[in-house]
Design a protein around this ligand. Structure first.
Ligand SMILES: Nc1nc2c(c(=O)[nH]1)N[C@H]1C(S)=C(S)[C@@H](COP(=O)(O)O)O[C@H]1N2
Ligand SMILES: [Mo]
Length: 215
């Protein structure tokens, strides 16, 4: 119950110009963090802030979990964690940047090449983009296939030599090392090959469709 009150107060502050003065140049970032809430607190151990637009973490179990690859493919896949792992793991190290203004440097992810994954499913010629869906059903994003096939784009299962924690997106999370964090769908459960990229969760709420990290 305290959250809505906090938000109302925040808006009241904005309306009064108080927040504008107090936050100065950091306002856009602060506004974005507030939007990205409701749980933006810093995870003490690893430098990340925990984000979930639903405010919760989807539950899963190792025996029943599957990653689906479907849509415009000749061989739809439904992969267990072991099957996914057996495709082969690679390490990708990159700085992580959230548009709201926080970063984590040199994050070492371990996961499966997205290119290898879609190749296994045999994409049909009409397939030009991927729809990536989170286990919460609410967070969805898109990647052009051309981008999805770039080196370093992985379905990550691990971070810094340990399996992903629930907060970081267990068991699988998209990592696009040259894009802002909002492209990295956590709790990834379904990849659908589609004709063209749709509008992602944050893009529908004002984020740039071009998610390339700017410096
Ligand atoms: N399912 C889901 N994935 C998500 C989000 C989310 O709210 N839900 N937030 C995105 C945003 S804006 C960022 S910056 C990162 C944050 O990752 P973290 O929660 O591991 O710090 O997750 C991205 N993936
Ligand atoms: Mo973000």
């Amino acid at each position: 119950m305290s959250q809505p009150v906090g938000r109302r107060l925040f808006l009241a502050g904005l309306a009064g110009g108080v927040a504008l003065i107090a936050l100065g140049g950091r306002l856009p970032g602060a506004l974005r963090s507030w939007l990205e809430g409701p749980l933006g607190e810093l995870s003490p151990s690893d430098g990340f802030h925990f984000y979930s637009v639903t405010g919760s973490i989807p539950s899963w179990d190792r025996a029943g979990w599957r990653l689906a690859v479907d849509g415009l493919v000749d061989k739809p896949l439904s992969l267990s964690l072991d099957e996914l792992t057996s495709i082969g793991l690679q390490t990708v190290t990159a700085d992580f940047h959230c548009v709201s203004g926080w970063s984590v440097s040199s994050v070492r992810w371990r996961g499966v090449s997205l290119a290898a994954l879609v190749d296994l499913a045999a994409v049909r010629p009409a397939g030009r983009a991927l729809r990536l869906e989170s286990g919460d059903g609410a967070y969805v994003d898109y990647l052009d296939l051309e981008v999805a096939r770039k080196p370093g784009v992985i379905v990550a299962l691990g971070i810094r030599d340990t399996p992903l924690s629930s907060e970081r997106g267990a068991p699988a999370r998209l990592v696009v090392p040259f894009y802002y964090g909002y492209k990295g769908v956590k709790w990834l459960r379904r990849i659908t090959v589609v004709e063209s990229a749709g509008v992602g969760y944050w893009e529908a709420r004002g984020y740039d469709a071009d998610a390339r990290i700017r410096d």
